[in-house]
Design a protein around this ligand. Structure first.
Ligand code: HEC
Length: 271
């Protein structure tokens, strides 16, 4: 197993805070790492930002650009005879499955009112809140009594042409006139506690990053098994430049670079 990189800037921020507390003769390090530092809403907002960036990067830089190079992306990408990568929704499901297998109690789902896959159709409370999200694109937070989980929903927007064309043309689609910029669905996130320590918050973000690495490596493993298609060269370069795919580390580094500024803004309360 490759070692997963952690969020470098959050770590350094954490150490800076710890250092300054210790040097001022304040509480020892263990206390601050256990102190309740964030509300569940703040942390779910941070991980949702990370998800938006990961999803956009995967869709635009891998799927969109890869298709232009002749790479394929398919619902049945795991099947042996299909030489393709995961669709964006299945990439996200891969992340969600990886999180579920790990120790962090974070739930992640992608739903819609007009889904391609009927299993992804919102019901009950989530369906009502999704109506609001479609109007103002603002996140919705609530406590799900039946599951006893803090729940947050964030708009999932058609950020790339690939989102719109693939859904409109899909044989099972419930809607054929999606446009760029539409709220196509929402990601739903769940967490059991109402506040998190720095460590809990970093665990949540790292679980998401690990999920990204896990599903991305599964994709690269599929590519390694290609027999008929030309295998992309895996390294530093991206599909934009030709038949290339970045390694999992290169992909995650880009996500981290793109998300650190956004997450920092949330951390300092300037969203
Ligand atoms: C190449 C095809 C393709 C592309 C590109 C694509 N999707 Fe999907 N999307 C699907 C399929 C197929 C599913 C159903 C997957 C499953 O079985 O759960 C899906 C699922 C979803 C869902 C869950 C509800 C549903 O429709 O089942 C949302 C929301 C969604 N996609 C939004 C997007 C957005 C936003 C983008 C661009 C960032 C995007 N999709 C890109 C094919 C695509």
């Amino acid at each position: 197993m490759k070692k997963i990189k952690e969020q470098p800037f959050i770590k350094s921020l954490f150490f800076l805070i710890t250092l300054s507390v210790i040097s001022c003769g304040g509480v020892p390090e263990t206390t601050i790492s256990e102190e309740k530092a964030f509300s569940v809403e703040e942390v779910l907002e941070m991980v949702s930002t990370q998800n938006d960036i990961t999803r956009t990067l995967y869709t635009k830089a891998i799927v969109d650009k890869g298709k232009a190079q002749g790479m394929r992306f398919d619902e049945d990408w795991r099947k042996d005879r299909i030489e393709a990568g995961p669709l964006p929704a299945l990439f996200l499901r891969g992340i969600s499955n990886s999180i579920r297998r790990g120790p962090v109690p974070l739930g992640l789902y992608l739903g819609s009112d007009f889904p391609v896959n009927n299993a992804n159709k919102f019901e009950g409370k989530q369906s009502a809140l999704f109506e609001k999200i479609k109007k103002d694109q603002k996140p919705q937070f609530f406590y799900d009594e039946s599951q006893q989980l803090h729940t947050a929903m964030f708009a999932d927007i058609a950020v790339a042409n690939a989102c719109v064309t693939c859904h409109n043309e899909h044989s099972q689609t419930a809607k054929t006139d999606w446009k760029l910029g539409d709220v196509m669905g929402a990601t739903t996130w769940q967490y059991p506690k109402d506040s998190l320590s720095y460590k809990d918050a970093i665990d949540v973000l790292n679980a998401y990053s690990k999920g990204t690495i896990d599903i991305y490596i599964e994709y690269l493993n599929e590519v390694a098994e290609f027999k008929e298609s030309e295998k992309p060269i895996i390294g530093e370069r991206w599909p934009e430049e030709g038949n290339y795919l970045p390694t999992a580390e290169v992909f995650l580094d880009s996500v981290n670079k793109l998300s650190s500024y956004q997450t920092l803004k949330i951390l300092v309360g300037d969203k």
